[in-house]
Ligand binder design. Structure first.
Ligand SMILES: Nc1nc2c(c(=O)[nH]1)N[C@H]1C(S)=C(S)[C@@H](COP(=O)(O)O)O[C@H]1N2
Ligand SMILES: [Mo]
Length: 207
């Protein structure tokens, strides 16, 4: 079975003691470095699992300091339009995947629907994996390189890449690109993102 599926079933490091010793060191590396996908990405999930969702009931909510709080279904998101962008995906640990096509909607277009208030200086982002979080200054989130992604390379986003909606933040390290996005909150204050808790800089701009 593909390694990333196996890792998903394993559900974390707790079971490492019961697998063959040879595999153990390989797995230990994978749990730190992620499992390598066929498309050149490493699949990361800090919870150890790939969260499931029901396309019929999934909602992306936009709230906080906005004039019009929104709760968008997948059809509702698609009805707003479809943007594409070409970029390189770059993880802070060194791997990168060039020449990617991301499809979905720019955060600027989504946010325009919700109409952020003047005092909304940050966008705080939450995953339905229940654990991962991120935050962007509003001026970054409103830029052309930030997209709510529903498609990668012309295909609907796969579950392990964050289906049905993930973020992509061009020119920023991959940890800003939160997967399984479920809630976007306009706020006067940033939250401390998941990896920022472990010392990664909140400003993850590359270079
Ligand atoms: N929910 C969630 N989003 C996440 C992560 C994660 O573990 N959980 N890892 C981040 C990191 S560090 C990177 S580099 C990218 C990797 O994206 P991929 O798993 O699609 O390759 O997802 C980012 N978004
Ligand atoms: Mo990363």
């Amino acid at each position: 079975m593909p390694r990333r599926v196996f890792l998903g079933l394993l559900g974390g490091a707790a079971l490492l003691g019961v697998v063959a010793p040879g595999l153990q060191s390989e797995l230990a590396g994978s749990l730190v470095g992620g499992a390598v996908g066929l498309d050149g990405y490493q699949i990361y999930t800090v919870t150890g699992g790939i969260p499931s969702f029901d396309p019929a009931t999934y909602r992306l909510s936009l709230g906080g300091l906005v004039e019009r709080p929104l709760s968008l279904s997948l059809d509702g998101i698609a009805a707003l339009g479809f943007d594409t962008m070409h970029a390189t995906f770059q993880c802070v640990t060194g791997w990168q995947v060039p020449n990617q096509t991301f499809g979905g909607m720019t955060m600027a277009r989504l946010l325009a629907q919700a109409a952020p208030m003047r005092n909304a200086r940050y966008l705080n982002l939450y995953s339905f994996d229940g654990t991962y979080t991120e935050s962007l200054p509003m001026e970054v989130a409103m830029g052309p390189g930030v997209m709510a992604v529903t498609h990668m390379d012309g295909k609907p986003l796969s579950a392990d890449h964050g289906a049905p909606v993930r973020l992509f933040v061009d020119h920023y390290y991959g940890y800003k690109s939160i997967k399984w996005l479920s809630h976007v909150e306009a706020s006067a204050q940033p939250i401390t993102g998941y990896w920022e808790h472990y010392g990664y800089p909140a400003d993850a701009k590359i270079g």
